[in-house]
Design a protein around this ligand. Structure first.
Ligand SMILES: [Zn+2]
Length: 333
């Protein structure tokens, strides 16, 4: 999650940029049960977090070896799920940063998004995106550097979730629509990875973007719940709520967004293109370890996280099977 002062600065610059058959629902929950039991498990959450948020990756900071190691881990995981590439012959989607966007002292200009594709069965031209940023910061809002800012909640938690959803959907292979699994770099520098990637897409083909942020703690949502940033901007929450019935997990409505969470993560560049694009979150920047060295795996509730990720799969079933297409309620400005 991008710091709010950066977001305020960003606003000033122009961005480039039915009724379901009960049987169907039941059979889907059975499917989630079979493949999901092994995949949506706290052990796998811990495995991802212990690697992505380990001291050896030093916070996956943009333009560092730690970030290259994080990307390599994501790449190896995606390969093992048997996913496809998007155009490139690799999951890596490098993008170049103009000098004025690079942190001071950085001479390198290339960062890497990773994009994996699971082609849809009958509606391959329609796309649902699951995304998370995998970079983090190495200093707090005041520029203080002390210790390693491991970013377990922000946003190794989101990366773990998208990896587990990728593994799950590629195991069950029942997606009618095409699924993209996107891992963005440069989010903490101003949503740069998603700003680089989004314009390559035809917005009318992308039915929804589900970005995942900071689900490792639940100070704001409470346990067994999540919220959707900028909920009022589309009717996506209505769809997710309907699909969540019976899962024991709730989408907690958040009509107000005083700190601009909606505009401060990688869903936003997609919304600017007219796509219903939101972030699923459980905690926010009020968390005392937000952009601090204490954002470590030991503070993450991995049991709850596993439940939330499973619920994200359940809540998006009608997006994945092509039955629901969320609509914008507010036009991007
Ligand atoms: Zn952040």
């Amino acid at each position: 999650m991008l710091i709010s002062s950066f977001w305020i600065k960003m606003r000033k610059i122009q961005l480039n940029g039915s009724i379901l058959l009960l049987g169907l629902l039941l059979s889907y929950s059975k499917l989630i049960g079979q493949a999901g039991d092994s995949i949506f498990h706290p052990t796998l959450v811990s495995q991802h977090l212990d690697i992505l948020a380990s001291d050896s990756l030093r916070g996956r900071v943009n333009f560092t070896v730690g970030q290259i190691k994080a990307a390599d881990y994501i790449n190896q995981e995606l390969k093992s799920y048997g996913l496809s590439f998007l155009e490139h012959k690799s999951f890596y989607h490098p993008f170049i940063l103009a000098k004025e966007l690079r942190p001071r002292g950085v001479t390198d200009s290339v960062l890497n998004n990773l994009i994996a594709v699971l082609p849809g069965k009958s509606k391959a031209d329609e796309v649902i995106i699951f995304s998370a940023h995998y970079d983090h910061v190495d200093r707090d809002i005041y520029g203080n550097k002390s210790g390693i800012f491991n970013g377990a909640n922000d946003n190794a938690s989101g990366v773990a979730a998208v990896l587990m959803l990728a593994k799950y959907f590629s195991a069950i292979k029942n997606n009618e629509r095409t699924l993209f699994f996107c891992f963005f770099a440069g989010e903490e520098l101003g949503l740069l990875g998603s700003l680089a990637f989004a314009p390559a897409l035809e917005p009318e083909k992308v039915k929804s973007v589900i970005n995942i942020e900071m689900i490792g703690k639940h100070d704001r949502s409470g346990k067994k719940a999540f919220f959707l940033t900028g909920e009022q901007n589309s009717d996506l929450s209505k769809i997710l709520k309907r699909n969540l019935s019976g899962t024991g997990v709730k989408l907690r409505s958040e009509p107000e967004d005083p700190t601009g969470l909606f505009n401060r993560s990688d869903n936003y560049p997609f919304f600017r293109m007219g796509i219903p694009a939101h972030s699923i979150m459980c905690s926010d920047d009020k968390d005392s370890c937000y952009h601090q060295p204490c954002d470590d795996p030991q503070h993450v509730d991995v049991e709850n996280m596993a439940l939330i990720i499973r619920a994200i799969a359940a809540s998006t079933v009608t997006l994945v099977n092509g039955k629901d297409s969320p609509e914008l309620k507010r036009k991007p400005k």
